[in-house]
Design a protein around this ligand. Structure first.
Ligand code: GRF
Length: 245
């Protein structure tokens, strides 16, 4: 799921009069006012937010390093210091920002600290990959158009938690994976990329999850590559990807 929604996050939905957010480092089109302009040949600085296993985090780090994606994983942000993703980050040499939400007076308080750290690191793109916390306007507003989420179903079907189980219990024959920009709603932001896969008659939640994850591990790096190469433009809900050169 996208980390979610609350009343503050709802306010973060951009008004249609705002400039079209875009991630186009080499383009004549200007990014949203809050987006720092990036030098053409510099790698896109990314922070991944995750709370659990971190298989997508690892797949993304490895793809960036092995497939010459013009990006750099600058930071893992994690609310669960004991999560497996933290060990993966250590093993891969990626710095972590770990925090205990209970140590803060409010969600906004820790998000402000996170935003400060992201700015220090010069992070240009946030990837939510299994970050299991609600997020508010404190994060969504400054990063609208520069924050993406991976969801294990074909949105707008099966938003929220346990999407793989939801799809299985509903009885769909096809499910898939969605990567989308994050807005103030629950898995409701503009869709960047989707890939489908068949649900088999004998699938269990585990067997289906295994194939969904395999698709995620390809689609997330692919989407990050498109963004890092400046191919992705966002206009209202419509995302276009310039391919072929
Ligand atoms: C993935 O299925 C992703 O779609 C969802 O959370 C899960 C994270 O898995 N948002 P992992 O921690 O990357 O293995």
């Amino acid at each position: 799921m996208t980390a979610g929604r609350d009343s503050a996050a709802d306010k973060a939905k951009p008004a249609s009069s705002q400039p079209s957010p875009t991630i186009l480092p080499n383009s004549a089109q200007q990014p949203a006012a809050s987006t720092p302009q990036r030098q053409a040949l510099q790698p896109l600085k990314i922070a991944v937010f995750a709370s659990g296993s971190g298989s997508n985090f690892q797949a993304l780090v490895e793809a960036i390093r092995e497939q010459a994606i013009p990006a750099e994983l600058s930071l893992l942000v994690c609310d669960k210091p004991a999560a497996r993703v933290v060990q993966r980050a250590e093993a891969l040499g990626v710095p972590s920002f770990l925090f205990d939400p209970k140590a803060y007076a409010s969600r906004e308080a820790y998000e402000e600290e996170i935003v400060g750290r992201l700015r220090e690191e010069g992070v240009e793109l946030i990837v939510l990959a299994g970050y299991m916390r609600l997020i508010t306007a404190t994060l969504v507003e400054p990063y609208y158009g520069r924050m993406i989420n991976i969801h294990p179903a074909l949105l707008p079907s099966f938003p929220g938690v346990r999407a793989i189980r939801q799809a299985l219990e509903y009885g769909v024959k096809q499910t898939g994976v969605t990567v989308h920009f994050v807005d103030g709603g629950m898995d409701s932001g503009p869709i960047i990329a989707q890939r489908t896969l068949e649900v088999r008659d004998d699938d269990t939640e585990d067997s289906l999850a295994e194939r969904v994850h395999a698709v995620e591990h390809e689609l997330l790096p692919q989407t990050v590559r498109w963004i890092a190469e400046g191919r992705v433009t966002l206009n209202d809900r419509k995302v276009t990807i310039r391919l072929g050169d």
